[in-house]
Each structure stands twice: as C-alpha cells, then as structure tokens.
Design a protein around this ligand. Structure first.
Ligand code: CP
Length: 340
C-alpha cells in the first residue's frame, strides 16, 4: 500500500451540511480543497478504498437525472468505506405520493447518516436542514436554479490544479445563465478567490440584476471573450426552456457556440475551456474544442468531482476530534510503511 499525504485534521470546518455556495467562507473552501487534494492521491492508486467512514451510511436521493454527480458521490462514499445506497425515486413510494420529508424521515429511521439530494425545487435542501437539524447530514447535489455547490467546488479545484492562483484571471461563463445553478455556484466561489467573472448570454437568458453578484454581464460574445483566461460553457437546458426565450437554436449556435475560431480570435493564447456536463456537442461547445486535451479541462472536472465529494463526505461526517485522530493514525501508518 502506497502512502499519501496525511488527511487534514485541524482546520476550520464545523459544518454538518453543504447546501449552498454563498455561505462558504474562504477558509472553509480552502479546507475542502486541501482535503480533496489529499484524497486525489488515493484516486490514482490501484487500491482506492480507505477505512475513514466505515460504518456510515450515505443515501443518494436523486429526483432529477444525473450521471456525474450521482456516480461520483456513490464512488466517493465507497472509496471512504461508507455504505452507499442509491434511492430510486422512480420505484419508490414517492410515486404513491409520499412527501420529501416523510421519505427522508423513513431513511433516517433506518440509520442513514447523510442524504445527498438533487431536486427540481430550489430550497429543498434548506427544508431538510430545517426539519432534521444535525440529525442527518444534507449535501446539495443541485436544487432547481438555486445552487450546485459541489459542482462549483470541483470546478474551482480543477482550475486551481491547473493555474494555482486564479486571482485577476478573466473567467467567462457562457450560455443559459438564467436556468443555471452551476453559474450561481461558480460566481460566488470564483469571486472568493479574486477571479474577474464575466457572463455572456442572449438577454433573455441573463437574470435581472445578476451584476449585483459582482460580475460583468454581456450579450455580445466577442466583447465577453476578449482576453479571456478561461471559458466555462454551460449546457443549453432544453428541458427548462420556456417557449420563446431563444428564437431558434440555429441562431444561438451561430452567435454563442464556443468554437476554435472564436477562442483563437478573442481569448488569451493559453485559454482553458470547461463544461460541467452533460454537453450538447455542436450547440454550446464544438466537439473539437471539448476533445482538445491541450485546452479542455472537462475530463479533469469529472475526476475532481470524486475527490471533492470524498472531501465533503469526510468533513461533514466526522468531527474535528475524529479528524485529528485520523491525521495521527495516517502519519503513524505512513511512518510504518516507509520503514518496511
Ligand atoms: N454536472 C452535473 O451535475 O452533471 P450530472 O447532471 O450528470 O450530475
């Protein structure tokens, strides 16, 4: 067994829940990133499992579809030796009309320690925290248009892995800002680290007063992309579009799709491109941009998602005292391994 850097144990983290990005402080986010960095070393080992959360039970409650978030939360729990259950909404008593609180209460009565929830309604995570208090951990896996904090954190982690310091970097978020919980999470977290955040979309897909969050809004893509260091594409959310918000997809592609030509013409030469997934290839991003490993961080984002979710499960499901105990255990283990 290879050793890895000790797990951080003496930080500021004292939360049982992660339900939004805006309330996370710089110190808390730095602790999440440090912890995720430590776990990212485990992910490159042949044997990934560590006993850190043995005996804990994590339930994924996904009321909306997901590939990346659900799978990475499940893997993160398993790599930490927690028992991970995927609660299937479509075959559950939700279909017979059971409420969210009754469903969660049922899971809590079976010994669940944490619920990871994705839901179409903004605010469901807060509702669960108001009801359960600290009885179970609540982790937001995306609620309505409100927030997707673990996505914002994994995007930040991926960017800092590549650029280290993002202070002063021009980061342009392109696309359906109106319906995007990913954009809201990223705006707060990127600004916390001093990034210069710009948004660009047709005016019908830009929320009113979005600039109050401290970013610059544009409708002209050429103006927005000028000297950009990073371009973050958002998915066109076909399922959330109300009729008429964009006149025609063809026109959206013509004016806003991220292509090599646009990147080369307007952005910095070493520009990086991100996308939270799932992608509509040929709509918000050209395939050859998405697949270009020189500039695309898309696969790194997926990998970072596991490390970030391991970090959040670990931080929310353990106490500071347990974490410093683990740190001592890890240091001791590393010392013994080095002596063998
Ligand atoms: N980025 C993201 O949330 O992807 P999934 O919908 O596949 O989880």
């Amino acid at each position: 067994m290879a050793s890895h850097p000790p797990l951080p144990g003496n930080g500021v983290w004292n939360r049982r829940h992660v339900i939004d990005s805006a309330s996370l402080t710089l110190d808390e986010v730095e602790e999440v990133l440090r912890t995720a960095k430590s776990f990212s070393h485990i992910l490159s080992r042949p044997v990934k499992k560590i006993p850190t959360l043995r005996g804990k039970v994590v339930v994924n409650m996904f009321y909306e579809n997901s590939t990346r978030t659900r799978t990475s939360f499940e893997l993160a729990a398993q790599y930490l030796s927690a028992d991970a259950i995927n609660f299937s909404v479509s075959t559950s008593s939700v279909k017979k009309g059971e409420s969210l609180i009754d469903t969660a209460e049922t899971l809590a009565a079976m010994g669940t320690d944490a619920v990871v929830i994705r839901h179409a309604s903004s605010g469901v995570c807060q509702q669960l925290v108001n009801y359960f208090g600290d009885r179970i951990c609540v982790l937001n896996a995306g609620d309505g248009y409100h927030d997707h904090p673990t996505q914002g954190l994994l995007d930040l982690f991926s960017l800092k892995e590549r650029l280290d310091d993002i202070s002063g970097k021009k980061i342009v978020i392109v696309g359906d800002i109106l319906h995007s919980r990913v954009a809201r999470s990223n705006i707060h977290l990127l600004k916390l680290f001093g990034a210069n955040v710009h948004l660009v979309a047709p005016s019908t897909l830009l929320p009113m007063q979005i600039e109050a969050l401290g970013c610059t809004a544009h409708t002209n893509i050429e103006e927005a992309l000028q000297d950009a260091d990073v371009v973050m594409c958002l998915r066109m959310q076909m399922e959330r579009q109300r009729a008429g918000l964009i006149p025609a997809m063809r026109e959206y592609i013509r004016f806003y799709s991220i292509t090599h030509e646009r990147l080369q013409k307007f952005c910095k030469p070493d520009v990086l491109v991100m996308h939270p997934g799932p992608m509509n290839r040929g709509v918000e991003i050209a395939s050859d941009v998405a697949d270009n490993k020189e500039i695309s961080l898309i696969t790194n984002q997926v990998t970072s998602g596991v490390a970030i979710r391991m970090a959040l499960l670990y931080l929310c499901l353990s106490t500071p005292a347990e974490r410093s105990g683990l740190e001592r255990f890890q240091a001791d283990l590393n010392e013994r391994m080095a002596a063998v």
